[in-house]
Design a protein around this ligand. Structure first.
Ligand code: ASP
Length: 607
């Protein structure tokens, strides 16, 4: 009789037994996923990280064990000893172990379990428990097969990355977490110093400066699976801490970095039997924005943006004329076969584009009759001309936005994705990679009326644009900055920005121009990056690199748009850990030691 664990050893995992194992005596250990009680017969689905095996206890064969099984509940931890038998009747094609079952003659309860706060074994994602419950009891949620698969896939991805990097001659170098502000431009998480009260470390937004220092230090090829911290407002695809493959190399150029990026992703995807093209398609940033309204176009479907400005150059319809006069644009997308969009549907889509700043959404529907929200103001002939320019056919709907170029791109780009989702235009299990090149060096910051570094301030301008850059900064022609392109690039898969990087500035004078352009005074630059600027003067090789988001890579690989599903212990969208209940309070004494006084939100403004 099995009544203590002793030296009992499991012979197989719960996902391992096959028809060829029939007749074998086995010991399995795991959790009770399900129990079905049929009087003298009790069935248990026994689960471990590998899968599920059906265990059968028959009162006629083993009354002791059968009686014990009666008392089992979900999530009890048990060991069973028994024999592998071919299933009678129907096999279960959904289970890898579905051809067999284990007829147990002994059972040992290793641990009992409270009734879980939510059901773990559910069919289909729509029946999942509320996410906050799953996050609070993360260790239970992680027992589910899907989560096990996500986290193990993650480990497999990271292992494949290390394998590739090592094979390509890169050295893994760890860099500190207690650091100083880095230049990514998000808000820092800061850590107070006890020994130097009143002073703070900042957590790295990325190891950017440090990896560049490894180039100055002569390591030539650096990589790291690096944790990064950014105190930003979270979006669906962001977390306050995330992991990236961080890479830097010396004596390099863009083509070499592209090859390395492609090579890395291709190697990783191959581990999952997915063949990406050896050389990925390329598109400049300008072309991506023009054709898809996005710097990370999803190429799994078409529906490109079409420019109608030419046809409307002489229009006197107010909103269109004003947009064009202000150097704006008028563009559309064509939704195939949706001339039957109802008023309610076009209203909904209009609300959708308004979220991206668009003033309105105009439409043309090429049904049996052509109808359009613009018919009265433009007339039949013009409407027909616009439909022809858009290459819309009978049965199609044309959706039109006018306004500032950036607003038209953002709103129609987002509408393109939204419509594709609603109309089911995105094919499953297809991977469309792309390298987007020639990003702008600067980004205009509307709210503060100045230019920010679009990537980070160590990114090199394109050689072709260096003159314009000098003229913009030295000649004080700020408006020219918007047109300066950078040696910066992104890797995109299925509309997800999986990696980004740049060739860095290695000449001091260009670096100085860059700081000046973004309004960083010499003193400020010295205060923030003085040690780095000094290092640049001790023989810096030309260098460049990239960083690939591990979570984003997994999102693309697993077609999962919830980043939290891909991190073992994530934060909520409002940056909390529901399981540990953090961030939390600390003792008064601890604060005193750190020389810190806290104020609540309400009193903060008073002090
Ligand atoms: N440090 C950059 C980032 O985290 C990547 C790079 O330029 O290599 O986005």
């Amino acid at each position: 009789m099995l009544d203590t664990l002793g030296e009992l050893e499991r012979t197989h995992t719960c996902g391992e037994l096959r028809i060829g194992d029939v007749g074998q005596k086995v010991v399995l250990m795991g959790w009770v996923a399900k129990k079905r009680d049929f009087g003298p017969l009790t069935f248990i689905d026994l689960r471990d990280r590998d899968g599920i095996t059906q265990v059968v206890l028959n009162e006629a064969d083993t009354s002791g064990a059968h009686a014990k099984a009666k008392g089992l509940r979900g999530e009890f931890v048990i060991a069973v000893k028994g024999k592998t038998v071919e299933r009678e009747g129907t096999h279960n094609p959904k289970l890898a172990t579905g051809d067999i079952e284990v007829h147990a003659d002994e059972i040992l309860i290793l641990n009992e379990a409270k009734v879980p706060p939510f059901q773990l074994e559910v069919a289909g994602n729509e029946n999942l428990a509320d996410e906050s419950a799953r996050l609070k009891y993360r260790y239970l949620d992680l027992r589910r097969a899907e989560m096990q698969n996500n986290i193990r896939t993650r480990a497999k991805v990271v292992t494949a990355i290390r394998e590739y990097m090592d094979g390509a001659g890169f050295t893994e170098i760890e860099t500190p977490i207690l650091l100083k502000s880095t230049p990514e431009g998000a808000r820092d998480f800061i850590v107070p110093s006890r020994i130097h009260a009143g002073k703070f470390f900042a957590l790295p937004q990325s190891p950017q400066i440090l990896k560049q220092l490894t180039m100055i230090a002569g390591f030539d090829k650096y990589y790291q699976i690096a944790r990064c911290f950014r105190d930003e407002d979270l979006r669906a695809d962001r977390q306050p801490e995330f992991t990236q493959l961080d890479v830097e190399m010396s004596f390099t150029n863009r083509e070499q970095v592209y090859r390395l990026m492609q090579g890395t992703f291709n190697h990783v995807y191959k581990k999952f039997d997915i063949e990406l093209p050896e050389a990925w398609p390329r598109m400049t940033h300008a072309e991506a924005i023009r054709r898809y309204g996005s710097d990370k176009p999803d190429l799994r479907f078409e529906m490109e943006l079409i420019d109608l400005s030419g046809d409307l150059a002489d229009t006197d319809f107010g909103p269109f004329a004003e947009a064009l006069k202000a150097n704006g644009t008028i563009k559309c997308i064509v939704v195939k076969g949706r001339a039957d969009y109802s008023r309610k549907q076009t209203d909904e889509l209009q609300e959708f584009v308004k979220r991206y700043g668009a003033g309105a959404l105009a439409w043309i529907k090429l049904g049996d009759e052509t109808t359009s929200s613009l018919l009265k103001v433009l007339g039949e002939e013009k409407i027909a001309q616009l439909a022809a320019t858009a290459a819309a056919e009978k049965g199609d709907a044309v959706l039109i936005v006018a306004g500032r170029k950036s607003v038209v791109a953002a709103s129609l780009g987002a509408l393109r994705l939204e419509v594709a989702k609603r109309e089911n235009l995105i094919p499953e299990n297809v991977y469309k990679p792309l390298i987007v090149t020639e990003f702008p060096l600067f980004e205009y910051n509307d709210a503060e009326d100045h230019y920010d570094a679009a990537h980070h301030p160590f990114t090199a301008p394109m050689d072709e644009d260096l003159e314009q850059f000098r003229e913009a900064v030295e000649g004080d022609k700020r408006e020219l900055l918007g047109g300066v392109r950078a040696k910066a690039y992104d890797a995109v898969i299925n509309g997800i920005e999986v990696a980004g990087g740049s060739i860095r500035i290695h000449q001091r004078d260009v670096q100085a121009l860059n700081f000046k352009a973004i309004g960083l005074t010499q003193e400020k630059a010295r205060e923030r990056f003085g040690f780095f600027l000094e290092a640049l003067e001790y023989g810096t090789p030309p260098h460049g690199g990239f960083a690939a988001g591990i979570e984003r890579t997994l999102m693309a690989l697993l077609h999962n748009d919830n980043i939290r599903d891909l991190i073992a212990f994530p934060k909520t969208a409002s940056a909390q850990d529901l399981m540990m209940d953090s961030p939390g309070e600390v003792d008064e004494a601890q604060l005193k030691e750190l020389g810190i006084k806290t104020f609540t939100r309400e009193t903060r403004s008073i002090h």
